[in-house]
Design a protein around this ligand. Sequence first.
Ligand code: TYM
Length: 333
Amino acid sequence: MQRVFSGIQPSGVPTLGNYLGAIRNWVPMQDQHESLFCIVDMHAITVFQEPAQLLAQTREMAATLLACGLSPEKCILFVQSHVPAHAELAWIFNCVARMGWLNRMTQFKDKAGKDREAASAGLYVYPNLMAADILAYKATSVPVGDDQKQHLELANDIAQKFNHDYQADFFPRIEPHILGVAARVMSLRDGTKKMSKSDASDQSRINLNDDADTIRNKIKRAKTDTEPLPDNMLGFEGRPEARNLVGILAAITGETQEGVLRAHGGKGFGPFKEVLADALIAHLEPIRTEMLRLLEDAPALDAALRRGAEQADAIAGPIVTEVKRIVGFLPRK
Ligand code: TYM
């Protein structure tokens, strides 16, 4: 049986991109496999987070994931900083990964921007912690959006180099699961940039806690061009915003993009946006209502996360103890 692992940063409210690219695909996996889903607060602080906000966002993330359909009865849902194995294995991986590998990471280049000297060292070694997240459980199946592909390739490089350097057939190969038409949902303000919870403009994204009016307004104001919608996929050439909005409707309704174009090709964006906003509101409103309900009982949320951490610890603890033995650390007892 495969073990599934994935993570999400509590660096803001989860967006439609997180939902369509990742969370929605996690839900059916918990019925088929042993699955761990982790709120990665240690990754979040690679970029400064206000402490009170980080704490609130961590609970909000837990409530949202539960509202989207994850169940503590079926999967292990927990907070990264609650399980010491992540930080311990990440340190060992800092010593396995090569500077040259990290220098090639496009996400670091994007996030650090022009002033790389000012980026945190944590941001630079971010992918090593991500490799530790997965490999501390010897997980083999990792459902993520398209933007995480390069990080997972690096995780495999780390696992292989560890196995080779220590002459141990220890870590398994990781398979990325990049699913569906919406593996890359783009910004509503710029069809060439991914939708992100940390984008400065709230208008660029749909947050899973946006109410119906906010969703309708954001879709109404979403950037488009002046042409009507194309009637086939070739017509998306040079029109990233049109492609993105059609992709979102397809993902949310379970239609193919071709099907959406058959129904709406030749129409102006005005009426199409009405249909899109209605579909989004119908889909997201129940999630928002459930999330708000769950947030009213913080102690229950915290208790669920604590149980998740205990279960995660029970798997990762012995694996990391074995890694330490392989590396040659003197056992404590
Ligand atoms: P984060 O929080 O940035 O994103 C969480 C998940 O959402 C996906 N995603 C998107 N998918 C489609 N369109 C978008 N616009 C979009 N934006 C985000 C991401 O691909 C991701 O699957 N590094 C990870 C967190 C992580 C992790 C891990 C994932 C830490 N450790 C171990 C897997 C395994 C991240 O960036 O999360």
